[in-house]
Design a protein around this ligand. Sequence first.
Ligand code: IMP
Length: 424
Amino acid sequence: MNCCITGLQWGDEGKGKVVDILAEKSDIVVRYAGGANAGHTVVIGDKKFALHLMPSGAVRPDIFCVIANGLVVDPECLIEEIQMLADNGIDLQSRLMISENAHMVLDYHKREDQLREDSLGKNKIGTTIRGIGPCYADKIGRSYAIRMGDLNDLARLEKKLEKTTAYKNKLFGALYGAEPMDAAVIFKKCKIYAQKLGAFLGDTTEFLHTSIAEKKSVLFEGAQGALLDIDHGTFPFVTSSSASSLGMGPGCGVPAKMVDKFYGIIKAYTTRVGEGPFPSEQDNAIGNIIREKGNEFGTTTGRPRRCGWFDAVAVAYSAAIGSINEIALMHLDTLSGLDELKICKSYSIDGKETDFFPANSDKLSRANCTYETLETWNEDLTSVKVFEDLPQNAKDYIAAIEKLTKTPITIIGVGPKRNQTIFR
Ligand code: IMP
C-alpha cells in the first residue's frame, strides 16, 4: 500500500511521529518538497531526533530513504544529519538515494534570505533563513540554478559557480551593499559534498516507479503544511514549495493515482511560525498556556510558535484540496485541563459568514472566527491506549472536528512517544 502524509495546518503538526509509525509497514519513505526549513521530531525511547532533510522513516533500520527532485537540498545540513544518525548507530550507507534533479542550496541562497528579510523590516515573511526561497527562485529562473547532479561533473560545476557567484555579488552589492562572496570557497565546499554525497545520487523517479511495479510499499512524506503551500496557502506568507499533498506528483514524479491513502496530520489546536494572518490566534493567556503545555517552539529556529484554537475552516479546506482520506490528530493531551475549549467553525468576512477558507492573506486578515464552545476535560491522556478509554468530552471534541472537516480521525496522538498513539 502506498500512502501520502501531509500537514493540514501551518506546519509542525507532528508529521515526524506519524511517518515514523506508518513507516513500520513501508519499504520506502520519500521526502518530496521543501528543504532544511522543515523540522521533524521523532522520539524513540529516550532519544529525540530532529530531522530537517532526511525522511522521518530514516530512524527505522530497514527503510530505504529517498530525497526526491522537488527538494532544495542544503548539502552541509544533509551531511551533518547523516553523521548525526550514524553517531546514534543509524547507518544510511546502502539505503539512501538523492535525486540528481533536486536543487542545491548554497551559501549565497542563505545569505540572500537573510539580507532580504533584514531589508524588509516589518514587512518580512519571517522565513527560517535556510535559503529556501532564493534557491526555489533560482530553480524557476533556471539560468543560475545548480542541481545535486552537478556534483557529478566538478569541472563544469566550477565554471557554473564562477558565473553564478559573480552575478549574485553584483546583485547583493547593488541592493544591500553586501561584501562579495568567493566562488572558490563555495567550490571547495562542493568538492566535499561530492565526496560525501556522490554515491547517493541517482534517478529517484525511475527508482520509485520500478519499486512500485515490484509491489513495494511507499510512504510519501510532505513537509510544512497545506496552508504554507506556495499556490494554495496564505501567500505571500508561505514557503516556496508545494507543501500540500498536491505537491507530491511534481515533487517526486509519482502520480496521485498510485497512492492508496492520503493522511492529513493536524494538531488539536492551531500554531503558526513567522508572519501572516491567523484568524483563531490567541495572543493572550490561553495561547501562552497552549505554547508551554505543547512545547510549541520551532524545531528548526527555536522561535516561539503563535498558538490558537483549532480552526476547522482551515483544515476542511486543506482536506478538500488534498483529497485527504483520514486524519491523524496529534497533541490531544495538550488540551487537558484548559478552562475553556473552542473550535472555529466559520468566518465572518466583511459582514458575510463563510465556511470556505480564502487562500488570500488580505481577505483572511479580515476574518473573524465564529466559535463553537465545547466541554473541557481534566484527565491526563498520556497513558490512554484505546479510544474507548478517552474522557467523553475528548471523544466529543474529536467528533466535532470530524463533522466540521468531513473527514474521519483514525489516529490520535496523546504524547510524543511511539506508544502514545491510539488507532481506531
Ligand atoms: P521559508 O520556508 O524558510 O522560506 O519560510 C517561509 C514561511 O514558512 C515562514 O513563515 C516560516 O516560519 C514557515 N515555515 C517554513 N518551514 C516551516 C516548518 O517546517 N514548520 C512551520 N513553519 C515553517
